[in-house]
Design a binder for this molecule. Structure first.
Ligand code: ADP
Ligand code: MG
Length: 259
């Protein structure tokens, strides 16, 4: 991996889609792992009150005293749990569900996550933000803090349902608070090559979104992902020879060339 040698600015990638269950959290954890394996210093940020990433990484959310909530609401340093499968994690728990209300009248609230990241940004080559399934403030401040946005999409007929709103939100953020935000690409997920609806939707995704950003190779549907997360492991740790590990690695390698 490039590691420190060609020390570019750290890339901050928001994994974003307002739909739930499209594999945002799964991708965040697994791409983070692959990037760490490539020699990069990786921080994962869980900004979803449901705290799935925190759980997938083996922590117990309700036992945490400090979470991303403290950083964005109280402007405390981002709490970081070090070295879980080679990655660092800023964890979440349900306390984040009140952040939106607490920040209603806060000054410069759109920049709260960006400001929390700034002091530690140099310590990492890649910072991946696992967004909640909504277009609310927590996703918004993630896009404001990010250099790139990566969009997972399920390969069924609902894939396009919210894509218009999603791209509009990215455009809104680009228009003002974060002009430099770039689309890193789209990752079709939970793909079943034997299902004609999936193959048709994948073709449509590739055709319709190619103009907006790279459409990566699809990640096949496999219960191994569910099993790995239940074991609190990245897929590559749980089942190193699983074919999707190579697909994830390829995506991670292309993220290395983001500027
Ligand atoms: P999101 O963060 O978008 O809500 P998750 O990453 O939590 O989605 O994934 C939702 C569920 O789908 C989880 O149980 C996860 O293990 C499972 N999952 C993720 N990727 C795959 C896949 N490629 N095949 C099958 N199940 C998957
Ligand atoms: Mg999630």
């Amino acid at each position: 991996g490039a590691g420190k040698q060609n020390s570019l600015m750290s890339r901050i990638i928001a994994v974003f889609n307002q739909a739930g269950g499209v594999a945002k959290t799964t991708l965040t954890q697994n791409l983070g792992y692959q990037l760490a394996q490539l020699g990069h210093r990786v921080l994962l940020i869980d900004i979803d009150p449901q705290a799935s990433l925190t759980i997938f990484m083996g922590l117990v959310p309700r036992q945490l005293e400090q979470t991303v909530h403290n950083a964005i609401v109280e402007e405390q340093p981002l709490p970081i749990v070090e070295k879980i499968h080679g990655m660092d994690l800023a964890p979440a728990n349900i306390s984040l569900s009140t952040a939106e209300m607490q920040l209603v009248n806060a000054s410069m609230r759109d920049f709260r996550l960006k400001e929390a990241i700034e002091p530690i940004q140099e310590d990492y080559d890649f910072i991946l933000i696992d967004c909640p399934p909504s277009l609310g403030l927590l996703s918004y401040i993630s896009l404001v803090a990010a250099t790139h946005v990566l969009v997972p999409l399920e390969t069924h007929f609902k894939a396009f349902e919210g894509t218009g709103e999603l791209l509009k939100t990215v455009a809104t953020v680009r228009n003002k608070p974060n002009r430099k935000l770039q689309i890193a690409g789209f990752v079709p997920t939970k793909y079943d090559a034997r299902n004609s609806q999936d193959t048709r939707t994948l073709a449509a995704i590739t055709e319709q979104l190619a103009g907006a950003g790279t459409v990566f190779a699809p990640i096949p549907r496999s219960t191994a992902f569910v099993d790995a997360s239940e074991e609190r492991m990245p897929l590559a740790v749980y089942e190193p020879k699983h074919p999707s590990v190579q697909i994830l690695k390829k995506i991670a390698v292309s993220l290395e060339s983001l500027q």
